[in-house]
Design a protein around this ligand. Structure first.
Ligand code: SF4
Length: 351
């Protein structure tokens, strides 16, 4: 491949970088079948105030990556260099001991996928929202009450809601409670794992707009983990595509959707519904079945399913590397293939 390999993705770091994820690996023990490598050497940079989305099918490792980054589970290897204040030194968030983690954790919060199960049914809304602040900061009762009321109001909850329990709320309102809980500590980064996928479409739009407004106000960086590409296109500045634990492409959102460079990205985009019912867009069906994560194919993991695979693809894993025209792709044939994206012209015809 003619592309220049990205030896150190940290070189993409900018003054705006709030998190540099470097070589994260997460393995799970799978008993007799060996190990499952759920996340395999993943690196990227997250900038202040941006929305960086990670997409991929179920089993791609994207949710595991999110849980590793908020220390919900421990990484097998790798670092996540965090710099909350632009003037401060970076610290490896994944290497912090318990006491330091408690101090820094308020700056990195998570919104969960399922608003129905992520809220403790025995706690009042007030206690749910207050909990992360109480756990990480010394705060007087008076200040706590003021801050909970302020954040509840900002996300569209009524003060009377604070005395109630989660079961008395709709899905959209529960997700607002989850957002208030994530925001109360004034985080610099929010990891949102399928944050709107359990909601009705009209409520999804409200929550997305709320998240965007909050991001603009507070310069929060969002790591948005999702499978719905229509939403991802709408909200993201950049997108990473994951397949069987590896990032196979990272791009600016417009570039990725109009001109995908990895064959797996092309497959994903071909499944996005076209708004115009008369527009015809052929869905690209990958070959074969999704391989088991316990038995990932050698070489390029996508090779058994790829319509463009060659012998080289089956024997050698392509590095995530820069193409001749500056795109970042893990494909031996990235420089020569012309792949189909989504053209948003009114005819609805694909590019
Ligand atoms: Fe397909 Fe080969 Fe590229 Fe893998 S490296 S995506 S098999 S063309």
């Amino acid at each position: 491949m003619s592309a220049e390999m990205i030896a150190d993705p940290a070189t993409t770091s900018t003054d705006r970088a709030v998190l540099r994820v470097d070589g994260i690996v997460k393995e799970f023990d799978a008993g007799k079948t060996g190990k499952v490598v759920a996340v395999d050497d993943v690196s990227f940079t997250l900038n202040r105030g941006e929305t960086f989305s990670v997409v991929g099918e179920s089993g791609s490792g994207k949710s595991t990556l999110g849980r590793v980054l908020v220390r919900g589970i421990e990484a097998t290897a790798g670092s996540a260099w965090y710099r909350g204040d632009e003037a401060a030194d970076e610290i490896d968030f994944l290497d912090l001991g318990r006491r330091e983690l408690k101090r820094v954790r308020r700056e990195l919060q998570m919104i969960f996928q399922d608003p129905f199960s992520s809220l403790d049914p025995r706690m009042t809304v007030f206690d749910i929202i207050a909990e992360p602040l109480k756990a990480t900061t010394r705060v007087s009762t008076r200040d706590l009450q003021r801050r909970v009321r302020e954040i509840a109001e900002r996300v569209g909850l009524d003060p009377s809601h604070l005395r109630r329990y989660p079961h008395s709320f709709s899905g959209g309102q529960r997700q607002r409670i989850g957002i208030a809980r994530a925001l109360i500590t004034e985080p610099k980064i929010i990891v949102a794992d399928e944050a709107v996928s359990a909601l009705d479409v009209s409520i999804q739009a409200q929550i997305i707009n709320l998240l965007k407004d909050l991001q603009d106000e507070r310069d929060i960086a969002f790591l948005f983990i999702a499978h719905d590409l229509s939403i991802v296109e709408h909200i993201s500045d950049r997108v990473a595509v994951m397949y069987l634990g590896r990032i196979v492409e990272i791009a600016e959102t417009d570039d990725l959707f109009a001109r995908p460079r990895h064959p797996y990205t092309e497959v994903l985009l071909s499944s996005v519904p076209v708004p115009d019912p008369d527009a015809k867009r052929e869905r690209i069906i990958p070959l074969g079945e999704v391989p088991s994560p316990t038995d990932r194919p050698s070489g390029c993991h996508f090779s058994p399913r790829c319509h463009y695979a060659t012998d080289l693809c089956r024997s050698e894993a392509p590095p995530l590397a820069e193409t001749r025209d500056g795109r970042v792709v893990a494909c031996h044939r990235a420089d020569e293939l012309t792949l189909r994206g989504i053209d948003h012209d009114p005819t609805g015809e694909p590019a």
